[in-house]
Ligand binder design. Sequence first.
Ligand code: DAH
Length: 348
Amino acid sequence: MSHPVGNDLLAEVKRVTEALGAEDISTEEALEQFRVRYLGSKGLVKTYMEQMRHIPAEQKREYGQVVNALKQAAEERYQSAKAELEVKAEQASTAALDLTAPGEPLPLGARHPVAITLERIIAIFERIGFAVADGPEIEHDWYNFTAMNTPEDHPARDMQDTFYVVDAPGMLLRTHTSNVQARVMTTRKPPIRIIAPGRVYRNETISARSHAQFHQVEGLYVDEGVSFADMKQTLLYFAQEMFGAPKIRLRPSFFPFTEPSAEMDIWLGTDTEENRRLTKGTGWLEILGCGMVDPQVLENCGIDSSRYSGFAFGMGIERQALRLFNIPDIRLLFENDVRLLRQFASAF
Ligand code: DAH
């Protein structure tokens, strides 16, 4: 038995489905209008679905299928029209692309003179088997001072005043990279052969020659039978590789963590005006502090000093960078002015 309301609606939905293919969807606006008209929340598909309740029971099944077919056809038409429009848009933008136009300049970075200097030093020591080690800049007093044989009342502490963390008693900004010696020796067994580059801090007035923050490289070699001669040969090799220096000089000095201690100068000579100025007329330029690791430091870090010995050294990087690049003022290194960095970008 057929039913007038059911028949009318069925015929209408079929007609709408067939006519859908003829819709003109050649613009973005038309696409959106199509979507609203057929698939929107008040669109035809939704409206016909709602008519289901007026359809007599025996026709519900067929009606459902017909509305579903409309929905599917509308969705397919929508997707294919959308894809076509996208292709058209892309073609239009490619047509507007001028391949002969000059490119946008890329902002080029440059390595910092301190970084370049550090990398050279690291490369030199890596060639003879030193591995890079790391330690914290915010350090516990014990690693920075006490383990390194500088207890709280030791006068050497005055030479290295620093910044203290108010809310964390015993914590400070490390004054040297020597803390890494203690960090490594308390966690590893000899043989130990490391260099430790990094930033250090001092409570100092900032001037053209010194800064409250700067960089150092530490070196440490601990094994059975390590001698002063080993140290001297290692440092001579470094001076020759780094500076092309023909010879080095070790002057007796004092550091709490080494015994004996020395300072190493390299021979620049007095031939040029610049070398006379740098060496104050002596021909010798001071580069680093060094010495045999004090047995007490080994013991502080849990290493048997009757079995092992070692040497250590530490040097500042900024002064070397200033010399290498002929930069007159240390403050320039920390101002982050890209013009300074660019100047040395291709220096090495
Ligand atoms: N830590 C010392 C400083 O900052 C430098 C130094 C001297 C490091 C002798 C050493 C060393 O490892 O053996 O002045």
